[in-house]
Design a protein around this ligand. Sequence first.
Ligand code: GAR
Length: 232
Amino acid sequence: MTATSIWPIEMGGDQAKRRVAILISGRGSNMTALIEAAHAADFPAEIVLVVSNIADAAGLAKAAAAGIATATVASKPFGRDREAFERKLHETLVEHGIDLVCLAGFMRLLTPWFVSQWDGRMLNIHPALLPSYKGLHTHERALADGVKIHGATVHFVVPEMDSGPIIMQGAVAVLDDDTPDTLARRVLSVEHRIYPDALRLVASNATRIESGVCKSKANGSPDDMLIAPAVI
Ligand code: GAR
């Protein structure tokens, strides 16, 4: 994200709803949460395209069943030429008149070239409270460290992996008998709640970046505290 980003983040077009593409590599449960949220008449964005880099990603069939246009831009044929893959991906997004891109389990590292094309207009969801636990196996690492609070983050994408201004976070208590799977399930519920809410903020121009920090005109009051473990 450039230092010159302003409030609101500038997007082309003057249509009532932002045109959103979701990029996936797998099952697409966050994609489904976004599609469902966007059905609300007052949602400021419409999901017009789902793109996968994996031809048989389960999420593609779910998107098609929901009546959303889908595309596969396979990354494999491009081998190590990441930018060639991304040029094709970028072309597909431009063809569909996309305003905002949501990465939802899109397991590809993006080059600075691609990120710069979508500066301030590309969001990612990560299954941890960033800046802790960037990268993979976040739940295993949180459990190994014995943290008592864990969660998920929606952030703007910058060239550094799992970095960029944080738009929204949601937290859960970590329980003594949690396994990576049980913890992942509760964090995933948080993901499904915060990704649509974060997209709502961005698509309605309610976010701004100040010195690399995202601030927002959110209209709710967050809970004051989450304390874990709880003592009665
Ligand atoms: C989600 O938990 C998402 O946070 C994670 O992949 C999962 C995709 O699930 N993303 C990352 O780890 C990216 N760093 P989904 O396909 O069911 O949305």
